[in-house]
Design a protein around this ligand. Structure first.
Ligand code: NAD
Ligand code: UDP
Length: 323
């Protein structure tokens, strides 16, 4: 049966791919976005479709829609974006969750919330299982995002316990791929842009900090599987690629794959509270979703570099001066 599905943050990097997949599956899709960190070109190809509509709206304000499912992605995700207006970031996570959950309660919709590995902060346990409660600095520059996302998780589980809302929470680890904002300041987009222009590759700190990078197709598949599970398992569940790389190793791979002449340089000290290591324990995702990533970093980077080569970078508006 056709479902009416709301995707908040649906014009963004991950949201637009979820919309695309749901439209292709024949669902009735509403994409809601204020276009803070994205632009309509991400969903341009869907705009003429009869089972797709776009609503320009800010999730910090209530909205009333009759839907069966909600994918809640609205929130700036790149450090430069979420630190640009930290109070707004916290409002987006918290008021956005309250507005989505209030609506879901009224119309008995399922809600899948996209949380983040940032709920683990600078982790003291490695790799991170869902049972780890994290090491977040509540007053640092990343707190607006980390604590906002933690509060949103709290709201999800309180609406489940108190109001019986069918919620599902995924904790996403660094994800990259075509359609990520070229000027989002995240490490993959920065390095690829720099490599393609033969500019210096800017490592922050000594480059020994690690991240685990998941290709967007793997991520989208896991998210859809989580939404489609029968009621019962609400998560939180880690979604990410356990392949862990230092930032220097990432820089080397980008230079090599793109055939760039760029030099790898230490551009500035490690930003405050920048996590030193990050790697998902995905045992739970394997067990509950029958899922594990299929696309290795090298292959995903090649596809992403290809996309960066194919787009006109001047056609993108930098959302904030923070890159
Ligand atoms: P993105 O910035 O491309 O997408 C976020 C979207 O939300 C954008 O289209 C933006 O315009 C919209 N938005 C922001 N504030 C809004 C508001 N107040 N009202 C309505 N729309 C608003 O980032 P993304 O990487 O696609 O991230 C999507 C979600 O996944 C986010 O919630 C993010 O926290 C989560 N996540 C992403 C990653 C990752 O590595 N990409 C990792 C962890 C969690
Ligand atoms: N980073 C870097 N150079 C850049 C951008 C980021 O060395 O040009 C580092 C950043 O300090 C962090 C890692 O790369 O250690 C990942 O940063 P990103 O902003 O992509 O995401 P995070 O996982 O920190 O939210």
């Amino acid at each position: 049966m056709i479902k009416r599905i709301l995707v908040t943050g649906g014009a963004g990097f991950l949201g637009s791919h979820i919309c695309e997949r749901l439209v292709a599956d024949g669902q009735d899709v509403i994409c809601l976005d204020n276009l803070f960190t994205s632009q309509k070109s991400n969903i341009e190809h869907l705009l003429g479709r009869s089972n797709f509509e776009f609503i320009r709206h800010d999730v910090t304000h209530p909205i009333f829609l009759e839907v069966d499912e909600v994918y809640n992605l609205a929130c700036p995700a790149a450090p430069g974006h979420y630190q640009f207006n930290p109070i707004k970031t916290m409002k987006t996570s918290v008021l956005g969750a309250i507005n989505v959950l209030g609506m879901a309660k009224r119309v008995k919709a399922k809600v899948l919330h996209t949380s983040t590995s940032e709920v683990y902060g600078d982790p003291t346990i490695h790799p991170q299982p869902e049972s780890y409660r994290g090491n977040v600095n509540p007053i640092g520059p990343r707190a607006c995002y980390d604590e906002g996302k933690r509060a949103a998780e709290t709201l999800m589980f309180d609406y489940k316990r108190q109001n019986g809302v069918d919620v599902r929470v995924v904790r996403i680890f660094n994800t990259y791929g075509p359609r990520m904002h070229p000027y989002d300041g995240r490490v993959v987009s920065n390095f690829i842009r720099q490599a393609l222009a033969d500019e210096d590759i800017t490592i922050y700190g000594d480059g020994s900090q690690s991240r685990s990078f998941c290709y967007r197709d793997d991520l989208v598949e896991a998210i859809i599987r989580m939404m489609d599970l029968p009621p019962g398992f609400a998560g939180p569940v880690n979604i990410g690629n356990p392949g862990e790389f230092t930032i220097r190793e990432l820089a080397e791979q980008v230079v090599e794959i793109s055939g760039s002449k760029s030099q790898i340089v230490v551009a500035r000290p490690l930003p405050e509270d920048d996590p030193l290591q990050r790697q998902p324990d995905i045992s739970l995702a394997k067990e509950k979703l029958g899922w594990e990533p299929q696309i290795a970093l090298r292959e995903g980077l090649a596809k992403t570099i290809e996309w960066f080569r194919s787009v006109d970078l001047d056609a993108f508006r930098a959302p904030t001066p923070n890159y």
